[in-house]
Design a protein around this ligand. Structure first.
Ligand SMILES: [Zn+2]
Length: 402
């Protein structure tokens, strides 16, 4: 009896191990353009034949392809090149922001295959009409019955400008949409059919995920992502892991108190970083209407591009306030890289010099690492790519589920 039980346990363990090795190889293939078998052997510590059989399995599921054997330099033996396939699969991702909604079809390499956007006038909008907008965009992208063209949609990911429960199902609070406790995943699911899983995430968190895996973060083990529009938030990756915090709210950088005599923040506190570096603060400094939104920010950036002195002064002052919060983040987390996303990405070229010179003084060891803060590389696709990652996550955890 005892022997049988222990054999069964052993069987389960080796199956678990095989699946976890499969997931590890799949993860490596996704972020590298192509890898040789030898490189996979080296990175995983598995035998050549074990790697070969795992790749064979990924090929069978339509998740990888193998191309002809190539000499990989230092080795004598030619080694087959493996790369991600997934041409039959995609994720459908959505973004619900304050100024509108966006949708994209994203492949397993984190590439946007097609996208669509719709803007809305700012102001409180109930969740249901927002979900209607998502359905309209999905139709525009050709979504029908779990497919887009000949690609099967493995899941739906939604980035939302609010805090989200750790199971990725409900919006806890979205102050700028005036939502509280919205069962968003269920609402989306009801419109897209029960067969497609829906996962939601905070927009800054998923932006961080995308820049970390496919963008400027380059897989750094210690990375901070700062995203900003009207609100300012971010994501923290420490030793390769995302920091969630007790309630999943870690990364609410916008509410670090930086100015005791500053403005009242939407959160009820005074002088939060958001009140000094958010969209309203930028518009106020440049003499624009603070509630005129992203369109005004674009006009402001155009003026900066034409050398408008008042706007450039406002941007320099803005950069000074950005550096104050960034110094705090750098001194607390000692990151390899800080990636600026959202609005900060757009204005980075105008504030980079101020931020860099301030940080040389105020951040610990700042003079030794002048390039620690960089602009994001994925631009306004970061959140859509990150939301797609949420949709792909079950497949990444267990490629057998393909
Ligand atoms: Zn606040």
């Amino acid at each position: 009896m005892g022997t049988t039980a222990s054999k069964a346990t052993k069987g389960v363990r080796s199956e678990t191990l095989r699946r976890s090795n499969l997931a590890a190889i799949f993860a490596m293939l996704r972020t590298a353009p192509s890898v040789t078998r030898s490189e996979l052997v080296e990175a995983t510590g598995l035998t050549r034949s074990a790697v070969g059989s795992l790749i064979g399995e990924l090929v069978e599921y339509g998740l990888a392809t193998e191309t002809g054997a190539q000499h990989d330099g230092h080795r004598g033996r030619p080694s087959a090149m493996a790369e991600i396939d997934g041409t039959g699969l995609a994720a459908l991702s959505f973004e619900i922001g304050v100024d509108g909604v966006a949708a994209a079809v994203v492949n397993l390499r984190g590439e946007v295959l097609d996208d669509a956007r719709a803007s809305r006038t700012r102001g409180p909008v109930a969740a249901e009409p927002k979900v209607d907008d998502l359905v309209t965009l999905a139709n525009l992208l050709g979504y029908a019955n779990g497919m887009v063209g000949d690609r099967r949609i493995v899941g739906i990911g939604v980035a939302v400008a609010g805090t989200v429960t750790s199971d990725g199902q409900r919006v806890v609070m979205a102050p700028n949409l005036q939502w509280s406790d919205v069962p968003l995943a269920d609402l989306v699911s009801a419109r897209f059919g029960a067969g497609v899983a829906v996962t939601i995430g905070n927009d800054a968190d998923v932006g961080a995920l995308a820049e970390h895996r496919f963008g400027a973060g380059g897989g750094a083990n210690n990375m901070i992502f700062v995203g900003g529009e009207i609100g300012v938030g971010g994501g923290i990756i420490v030793e390769g892991h995302r920091v969630h915090g007790r309630s999943g709210f870690a990364g609410e950088f916008g509410h670090m108190p930086v100015n005791p005599s500053g403005d009242v923040c939407g959160c009820g506190s005074i002088g939060c970083w958001e009140t000094e570096v958010g969209e309203r603060a930028l518009l106020r400094r440049a003499g624009f209407d603070v509630d005129s939104g992203d369109a005004a920010v674009q006009r402001l950036l155009l003026a900066a591009q034409h050398g408008d002195a008042a706007v450039l002064d406002a941007l320099a002052e803005h950069g000074g306030w950005m550096a104050i919060g960034l110094a705090c983040l750098i001194n607390v987390f000692d990151p390899e890289i800080v990636v600026m996303g959202g609005m900060f990405n757009d204005l980075w070229r105008y504030v980079e010099d101020v931020v860099t010179s301030d940080l040389a003084r105020t951040s610990f060891g700042g003079q030794e690492r002048p390039g620690v803060v960089v602009a994001g590389r994925l631009g306004n696709s970061a959140r859509l790519i990150g939301a797609a990652e949420l949709a792909f996550q079950p497949l990444l955890n267990d490629p057998v589920s393909a």
